[in-house]
Write a protein that binds this ligand. Structure first.
Ligand SMILES: NC(=O)c1ccc[n+]([C@@H]2O[C@H](COP(=O)([O-])OP(=O)(O)OC[C@H]3O[C@@H](n4cnc5c(N)ncnc54)[C@H](O)[C@@H]3O)[C@@H](O)[C@H]2O)c1
Length: 342
C-alpha cells in the first residue's frame, strides 16, 4: 500500500510515520509537510534512512503540489494543521488557510485521484467544553477557540465528501497527546523543559481545567485500527482512561522530577479556556478493539526522561528567537508579571 501522510514532520505525524514503517514492511510512505515552525526533520531520523519513505516539502493548500503528490496513493492520513490554541488567539489566519482550505484541497484531490481511504485526524476540542458527562461522536460541535473552530470546519468539509460523493472519509477525534518530540510550547513539554532549567511553570488561572491524556503511541495504534478496520463516513473518538486537572499534572511533573512545587506560577488565564474535554471512546474500543496501553504515570515518567536526555532537540527550538522566543515573550512574560493578555 502507498500511504500519504500529511504533517508527518510534526509531533504526532512523525511518530505515526516511524510507527507505520516499522509495522508495515510492505508499505511505502509519502510524507507531505510544509515544515512550519512545528515541523522538524530531526523527528524523522530513522524514516529518512528508509527507501520506503519519501519526504516532500510542500503546502497542503497548494493545488499543483497536492495534485502531483496524490498520484498512485491508496490511503491518506491527514495530520497537517496549525495546532496551538494560544497562537490561534494571537492570529488565526494560518489556521483558516491550512486547517480549512488545506483539508478541502486534500479531500477534493484525493477523491479525484481515486484514493481508497482518507483518514482525517481531528480533535476532541471540536465538541467544546463539557462540565459533566461525556461527548459521544454524535454530540453537537461547539468549539471555542479559532483553532478548534477551524478543526470543526475541516471535519465538516471532509465529511461532506462522504455525504455528497461517498468518498470514504473517516474522522478521528483524539484527546490531548503527550510523548517525545512534542514542540515545547505545548503544556507538558513546556513544563518539563522549564522545570529542567528551574524556571517558572506558567499555569493558566487556578489550574482547575480538566484534560484526558493519551500517549502518542496509543494514538498511533488507534489510527492504525481506523485505517485498517474503520467504516467510511464514521467518526471515532479516542481517549485515555483517566482525567487530570492541569494543577495535578503540574504537581506530578515536579514530583517525578524531584523539583519544588514553588516553581508553579499561576498566570492570567487563557481567554475562553475550556474547562473540560471528555470524549466518550466506547465506539473505537467496541468496534475496532482498540485500548490504550500506557498509563499516564508511566508515560509521563518516560516522557520526562526523554526530554532530560534529548536536550539538544528542545534547546535548539527554545533558542530560536523568531519561532519560539518572541512567541513565548508575548504569551507568558507579561502574564507571569501579573499582566493581561495582549
Ligand atoms: N497534539 C495533540 O494533543 C492533538 C490531539 C488531538 C488531535 N490532534 C491533531 O493531530 C494533528 C497533528 O497534531 P500535532 O500536535 O502533531 O501537530 P504539530 O503542530 O506538532 O505538527 C503539525 C505539522 O503540520 C505541518 N503543517 C502545518 N501547516 C502545513 C501546511 N499548510 N502544509 C503542510 N504541512 C503543514 C507542520 O509543518 C507540522 O509538521 C493535528 O491535525 C491536530 O489537530 C492533536
Amino acid at each position: 500500500m502507498r500511504i500519504l501522510v500529511t504533517g508527518g514532520a510534526g509531533f504526532i505525524g512523525s511518530h505515526f510515520v516511524n510507527y507505520w514503517l516499522k509495522r508495515h514492511a510492505g508499505d511505502s510512505v509519502i510524507n507531505l509537510d510544509k515544515l512550519t515552525y512545528a515541523g522538524n526533520l530531526s523527528n524523522l531520523r530513522e524514516a529518512m534512512k528508509s527507501a520506503r519513505h519519501r519526504f516532500i516539502k510542500g503546502d497542503i493548500t497548494h493545488l499543483p503540489t497536492v495534485k502531483r503528490t496524490m498520484k498512485g496513493v491508496d490511503t491518506v492520513v491527514h495530520f497537517a494543521a496549525e495546532t496551538h490554541v494560544d497562537r490561534s488567539l494571537l492570529n488565526a489566519d494560518a489556521f483558516i488557510r491550512t486547517n480549512i482550505q488545506g483539508t478541502f484541497t486534500l479531500t477534493q484531490e484525493a477523491r479525484v485521484a481515486g484514493v481508497k481511504r482518507f483518514v482525517h485526524i481531528s480533535t476532541d476540542e471540536v465538541y467544546g467544553s463539557i462540565e459533566k458527562g461525556k461527548t459521544p461522536e454524535t454530540a453537537p460541535l461547539e468549539p471555542s477557540s479559532p483553532y478548534s473552530s477551524s478543526k470543526a470546519a475541516s471535519d465538516l468539509m471532509a465529511l461532506s465528501q462522504w455525504i455528497t460523493h461517498r468518498f470514504p472519509v473517516l474522522i478521528t477525534r483524539c484527546t490531548n497527546n503527550y510523548g517525545p518530540y512534542q514542540y515545547p510550547e505545548k503544556f507538558l513539554p513546556l513544563f518539563i523543559t522549564n522545570a529542567i532549567d528551574n524556571v517558572p511553570l506558567p499555569l493558566y488561572g487556578k489550574g482547575i481545567n480538566i484534560r484526558n491524556w493519551l500517549h502518542v503511541t496509543d494514538h498511533c495504534r488507534a489510527i492504525e485500527s481506523v485505517v485498517k478496520r474503520g467504516k467510511p463516513g464514521q467518526i471515532y473518538n479516542i481517549a485515555g482512561d483517566r482525567e487530570w486537572t492541569n494543577i495535578a499534572v503540574a504537581k506530578l511533573i515536579l514530583t517525578l522530577m524531584g523539583k519544588p512545587g514553588s516553581l508553579i506560577r499561576h498566570v492570567t488565564d487563557r481567554p475562553g479556556h475550556d474547562i473540560r474535554y471528555a470524549p466518550e471512546s466506547g465506539k473505537i474500543r467496541r468496534e475496532l478493539g482498540w485500548r490504550p496501553s500506557v498509563t499516564f504515570e508511566q508515560g509521563l515518567k518516560e516522557t520526562i526522561s526523554w526530554y532530560e536526555t534529548h536536550q539538544d532537540w528542545w534547546r535548539k527550538i527554545k533558542s530560536d528567537k523568531t519561532a519560539y522566543q518572541s512567541y513565548y515573550r508575548k504569551q507568558y512574560t507579561h502574564r507571569i508579571n501579573g499582566g493581561k493578555y495582549s
